[in-house]
Design a protein around this ligand. Structure first.
Ligand code: SF4
Length: 174
């Protein structure tokens, strides 16, 4: 778009939002991109992003967790939630937590992003033996993963117990 990440778009005006929304002059990147609130069948429970202060990205990504004992890296698939840094607790929204719980049942954790570098990983109860939510602070690599890297990581990502159980049932015709 010819602007650095984190810089406000020139088309965005205070209290008006995008001044070229759905016009021919809207940049093609914006015409192509939709957030999950707009297109996800399972998002009816969620508030509009300008009210909730978070946007759920359509594009999945992955995070790498290092085992402190063995040094081994494991990639975990995540949905990306971009949170307005002026509302850092927006990811605690109960409706979003319910939506993330359903994603966790499919094997997706969440990456809560405040900008291109500052993020925290969020694991819903299906990931944890104690049945609780877990947050992990971390540093995000400002280099964007390539599409090929994301596809490879998603294919290799470990499943939650529930996802494995669902797949076994499907394979068995259950
Ligand atoms: S939708 Fe695109 S053009 Fe409109 S304000 Fe946002 S970034 Fe700018």
């Amino acid at each position: 778009m010819g602007k650095p990440a984190g810089k406000t778009c020139d088309y965005q005006k205070f209290l008006k939002g995008c001044t070229v929304y759905r016009r021919a002059s809207m940049p093609p990147e914006c015409q192509l991109w939709s957030c999950r609130w707009l297109v996800d069948d399972d998002a009816a429970d969620l508030s509009r992003p300008d009210r909730s202060h978070y946007v759920i990205d359509m594009m999945p990504d992955y995070i790498s967790l290092r085992d402190n004992t063995t040094g081994e890296l494991t990639n975990i698939q995540v949905v990306q939630i971009w949170v307005d840094p002026r509302h850092r607790d927006a990811h605690r929204d109960a409706a979003l937590r319910r939506w993330l719980y359903r994603r966790a049942e499919k094997g997706f954790a969440a990456l809560i992003r405040f900008n291109s570098r500052e993020a925290l990983a969020l694991f819903a109860p299906p990931f944890a033996a104690d049945g609780d939510w877990h947050e992990m602070d971390g540093t995000s690599d400002p280099r964007t993963h390539t599409f090929g890297e994301v596809l490879k990581a998603l294919a290799e990502a470990p499943m939650t117990e529930r996802t494995r159980h669902d797949q076994e049932r499907e394979t068995a015709g259950g």
